[in-house]
Design a binder for this molecule. Structure first.
Ligand SMILES: *[C@@H]1O[C@H](CO)[C@@H](O)[C@H](O)[C@H]1NC(C)=O
Ligand SMILES: *[C@@H]1O[C@H](CO)[C@@H](O)[C@H](O)[C@H]1NC(C)=O
Ligand SMILES: *[C@@H]1O[C@H](CO)[C@@H](O)[C@H](O)[C@H]1NC(C)=O
Ligand SMILES: *[C@@H]1O[C@H](CO)[C@@H](O)[C@H](O)[C@H]1NC(C)=O
Ligand SMILES: *[C@@H]1O[C@H](CO)[C@@H](O)[C@H](O)[C@H]1NC(C)=O
Ligand SMILES: *[C@@H]1O[C@H](CO)[C@@H](O)[C@H](O)[C@H]1NC(C)=O
Ligand SMILES: *[C@@H]1O[C@H](CO)[C@@H](O)[C@H](O)[C@H]1NC(C)=O
Ligand SMILES: *[C@@H]1O[C@H](CO)[C@@H](O)[C@H](O)[C@H]1NC(C)=O
Ligand SMILES: *[C@@H]1O[C@H](CO)[C@@H](O)[C@H](O)[C@H]1NC(C)=O
Ligand SMILES: *[C@@H]1O[C@H](CO)[C@@H](O)[C@H](O)[C@H]1NC(C)=O
Ligand SMILES: *[C@@H]1O[C@H](CO)[C@@H](O)[C@H](O)[C@H]1NC(C)=O
Ligand SMILES: *[C@@H]1O[C@H](CO)[C@@H](O)[C@H](O)[C@H]1NC(C)=O
Length: 524
């Protein structure tokens, strides 16, 4: 009966450990009563400067018991000292009291998502035990406190690991205390403020930094050298600033980098094939809306994990490298508004089964829509507008069951009837933009057209010189919001049923050959 003895032994162990835990718990509860008078005073001073939402339990909870370890949002450590002050999204207004500085045992502070205003208190950067400080999504304003040397620290290092001050109204430069005295810093989010000045070289003294988000601020100058020391950095997000210059060499030595997001700056330079190829862990690269020049290096498509490449609104030139064909992990490719040229047929898209967004609008691509693109059955958005593409939309477009957005605007496509016929399988299509194509063709009038594009909400077919009448199949588009037919040669009356299309709120029609009736109404 050996099989019986083992479980017996085990359950005895479980009981014993349960008893030990119970004793430990009683001991802790007992100790937890030991919240000090100084801490209680500090918390009550903190409360006094807040304006809690009427009806929120905080004030009642805090004034109801002398033991601050039991208060709503407060918890103590084993020694009875206040370790956590956790009050996110509690509708708190007012300011953050400097009395917080007296909660010297505090390790976790979260005041995110309130309406706190006033300055960012220096106390938050001098708490000797704080590992997490989150004051994101408030209304803190003014500059960050510059504590050098750090008040009361005697040159000691802060144990801070996570600092989130994002989505406030903070301004001015970044004080050195945040990166010179925080050797354990793992994550720093200061995005969505008005911070300015130069970006510091964080990792010289904060080598553990893994996430740095300074996006949506007013930082200027170049991206500093020194990122080569960030041996743990996974996310670097510095988009929507005022950065200039070229990418520093050592940025490409940051092997762990997964997301490099630098859009909406004025960064220059070329995409050097050898440097890019070193970032083997990249999942997302966003360099959109900058001033990059040169060609798209083939090596970019060989980064094994890259899924998202955004290079729109730069000055890139040349043809797409055929090696793109082998980039099977690709999900999003944005090449919009550059000066790329060449025949898209040179790329075989048939292996790109995960491609969801492909935007090549506003370049100088030529040739026809490559047939292989119709095998990308994950496609949700396809923009080829403003190029020099000719030919027809092939029947295989019906394979794209997920397609929601199709823009062919300003090209030389022909056979508009065939396009509508072939869109039969694209049941999820909600936006169809084809202006400046199909010159002088007849707009098909048959009822099946309405069935093929029945879910379309945005239909833009301006400036095609189409002939015929305003077709009655439009009445089948129950969800139509926006209809543009201006710049065509449609004749006949404006049908009365247009006025009863419930969701239509923007209508731009050709009227009496040369006059256009433009009507902007708003839905109720
Ligand atoms: C602070 O609380 C919010 C809301 O619960 C949460 O989303 C956020 O992750 C917390 N901050 C940290 C650093 O844990
Ligand atoms: C911290 O506590 C001491 C003693 O209770 C008090 O004198 C001091 O004013 C407190 N500090 C702050 C910033 O409230
Ligand atoms: C930083 O905070 C903002 C909101 O304030 C958030 O949108 C963003 O995702 C955060 N960055 C990172 C890298 O988590
Ligand atoms: C930026 O901050 C403002 C103010 O806190 C907030 O309303 C907005 O949602 C934030 N934006 C993002 C993208 O987080
Ligand atoms: C890292 O920082 C040290 C100390 O400042 C510096 O000497 C070294 O050159 C840096 N290394 C890199 C790769 O940037
Ligand atoms: C951005 O930088 C340019 C030149 O360096 C400067 O003229 C401009 O004022 C800056 N803009 C902001 C918003 O800081
Ligand atoms: C592209 O180059 C042209 C001329 O060289 C310049 O005028 C334009 O501003 C540049 N565009 C961008 C987005 O850098
Ligand atoms: C795709 O990869 C295969 C195998 O590595 C290679 O032989 C082929 O040349 C590649 N195709 C292109 C277009 O680079
Ligand atoms: C496509 O996406 C799926 C689901 O996210 C993933 O499992 C698969 O590995 C991806 N395919 C390629 C070739 O990366
Ligand atoms: C496209 O090519 C035409 C002539 O070949 C040229 O005039 C035009 O500037 C080019 N446009 C772009 C965006 O490169
Ligand atoms: C539309 O897309 C949804 C989700 O992407 C998908 O589940 C559905 O099958 C698609 N509809 C059609 C008609 O293919
Ligand atoms: C127009 O497209 C349809 C459907 O693809 C096709 O059957 C027809 O032959 C095309 N017409 C012309 C003139 O190419």
């Amino acid at each position: 009966m050996a099989g019986w003895q083992r479980p017996m032994k085990l359950s005895r162990q479980v009981i014993v450990s349960g008893v030990v835990q119970l004793i430990l718990l009683l001991f802790l509860c007992d100790r937890a009563g030991a919240c000090t008078a100084e801490e209680r005073e500090a918390l009550l001073s903190f409360l006094a400067e807040l304006s809690p939402r009427p009806g929120d339990g905080i004030a009642a909870s805090w004034r109801g018991s002398p033991d601050c370890c039991t208060w709503d949002g407060v918890s103590c450590g084993g020694d009875g000292a206040v370790a956590r002050l956790w009050l996110p999204r509690r509708g708190l207004g007012g300011t953050i009291s400097p009395a917080v500085a007296n909660l010297t045992a505090l390790t976790h502070l979260n005041l995110s998502g309130n309406s706190l205003d006033g300055a960012f208190p220096a106390a938050l950067l001098s708490l000797p035990n704080a590992a997490i400080v989150d004051v994101s999504y408030n209304r803190l304003s003014g500059s960050l406190p510059d504590l050098s040397p750090p008040v009361g620290l005697g040159g000691l290092a802060l144990p801070l690991q996570v600092l989130d001050m994002s989505s406030n109204a903070l301004a001015g430069p970044f004080p050195s205390v945040i990166w010179e005295h925080t050797p354990s810093l793992v994550s720093l989010n200061a995005s969505n403020n008005s911070l300015g000045g130069l970006i510091p070289s964080f990792c010289v003294s904060s080598p553990a930094l893994a996430v740095l988000d300074l996006s949506v601020n007013q930082f200027g100058g170049g991206i500093p050298p020194g990122f080569g020391n960030c041996s743990q950095l996974r996310v670097l997000s510095v988009g929507r600033n005022n950065l200039t210059g070229e990418l520093p060499d050592d940025l490409f030595d940051v092997k762990p980098l997964q997301r490099l997001l630098l859009p909406w700056n004025q960064i220059q330079g070329t995409l050097d094939p050898e440097r890019i190829a070193k970032l083997v862990n990249l999942v997302a690269l966003d360099l959109g809306s900058n001033a990059f020049t040169g060609e798209l290096p083939e090596s970019i498509s060989q980064l094994p994990k890259l899924e998202e490449l955004r290079l729109g609104h730069n000055n890139l030139t040349g043809t797409l490298p055929p090696a793109l064909s082998n980039w099977t992990g690709l999900r999003c490719l944005d090449l919009r508004s550059n000066s790329f040229v060449g025949d898209l047929d040179a790329v075989d898209f048939s292996g790109l089964g995960n491609l969801t967004i492909f935007d090549m609008a506003s370049n100088n691509f030529t040739g026809t829509m490559p047939p292989s693109i119709y095998s990308c059955t994950s496609l949700k958005a396809l923009r080829v507008g403003n190029n020099q593409i000719e030919g027809q939309v092939a029947p295989e477009i019906g394979n794209l069951h997920q397609l929601q957005f199709l823009s062919l605007t300003i090209n030389s496509f022909t056979n508009i009837s065939g396009m509508f016929w072939n869109l039969q399988g694209c049941n999820n299509l909600t936006a169809l933009l084809v202006s400046y194509n199909f010159y002088g063709e007849a707009l098909p009038d048959a009822g099946w057209v309405g069935d093929h594009v029945s879910n379309v909400r945005l239909l833009v077919m301006g400036n095609c010189q189409l002939t015929g009448q305003i077709p009655s199949w439009l009445s089948k588009l129950q969800d139509l919001n926006i209809l543009v037919l201006a710049g065509n040669r449609l004749t006949g009356p404006i049908p009365s049923w247009l006025g009863s299309m419930k969701k239509l709120y923007y209508l731009d029609l050709p009227w009496q050959a040369s006059t256009q009736a433009t009507c902007h109404c708003h839905s109720p």
